[in-house]
Design a protein around this ligand. Structure first.
Ligand SMILES: [Zn+2]
Length: 283
């Protein structure tokens, strides 16, 4: 294990609960990006998409004394031949090179034993790109990850796209743990069903420029909201069009405060408390 750098002494004020600083998009300046977040009081949880990005996220947690954590899991689009994303896997990897990863509970169970691995994900269902066998493979991987969450007691970081009702049905019957619904883009009725199951709802930089999220942010109680960048994707205003990074989560927290007509301090404190409660953050 590499020796942990003793990083910031700045107390944490916010948590980017869904980042991807282990992705190839940060290859050139990863340390600087992470330091910028930590020194501004932002802790980071890197969500993973397959075995290789999970291992990279766990390795990153070991390089920092505190403030860098991980979720490990298999993203639904990586259960079948997946679309190539250079920001995730790096230049030179083959388009459609993945033949699909089958979820291996033993490999993920080992990583979940690490105290800085706080949950399982991103996992769930994604019907945006549908092939014939997509639904069956995604459902099998989702159920296997829910079973591992039940076994370990660690919460779920959910990625659901165009599949909210199916995901809710599976969670209601199978899951004994809660967690968070990442990048939520469903209806208020669907939000209510997740809240009733104990899941928080997290918002990305899209809330800084897309008006359709305002009623949802107004609806979700302050005690059940989290903020995330999903970096390197969807940078918030005023960084739109650039690569996103964890320190920009401050813009998302500020926007949530504006929509909810609350002080920034009130919202920052509440969201930090939510992150500590849901992920049992050690900082
Ligand atoms: Zn993500």
């Amino acid at each position: 294990m590499p020796k942990a750098r003793s990083n910031t002494t700045v107390p944490f004020r916010r948590v980017d609960i869904h980042a991807h600083t282990q992705f190839a998009a940060f290859e050139a300046d990863r340390k600087a990006v992470i330091e910028r977040a930590l020194s501004s009081g932002t802790a980071i949880i890197n969500a993973s998409t397959k075995l290789s990005t999970s291992r990279a996220a766990v390795a990153l947690t070991q390089e920092y004394h505190e403030g860098v954590y991980a979720f490990v899991g298999l993203h639904p689009i990586h259960t079948t031949a997946s679309f190539h994303d250079e920001q995730e896997l790096g230049p030179g990897s083959q388009p459609f090179s993945s033949t699909g990863e089958v979820f291996d509970p033993a490999a993920y169970r080992t990583m979940l034993a690490e105290p800085k691995v706080l949950g399982i994900g991103e996992c769930g269902l994604d019907y945006f790109h549908l092939a014939d066998d997509t639904k069956a493979k995604q459902c099998a991987a989702f159920s296997a990850q829910i079973a591992l969450a039940n076994e370990t007691g660690k919460p779920l970081m959910l990625h659901i796209r165009e599949a909210y009702d199916d995901a809710l049905d599976i969670l209601a019957t199978e899951s004994k743990v809660a967690g968070d619904v990442h990048f939520f883009a469903g209806t208020i009725e669907q939000a209510k069903r997740f809240l009733d199951l104990g899941f928080t709802i997290s918002f990305t930089g899209v809330v800084t420029f897309a008006a359709q999220y305002v009623p949802l942010v107004e609806y979700v109680p302050l005690s059940m909201i989290q903020a995330e960048t999903d970096c390197p994707y969807v940078a918030p205003v005023p960084h739109r069009g650039k690569r996103n990074e964890p320190s920009y989560v401050a813009e998302i927290v500020a926007r949530i405060a504006t929509i909810k007509k609350l002080s920034l301090e009130t919202v920052e404190t509440a969201l930090l408390e939510n992150a500590r409660r849901v992920w049992r953050l050690p900082c």
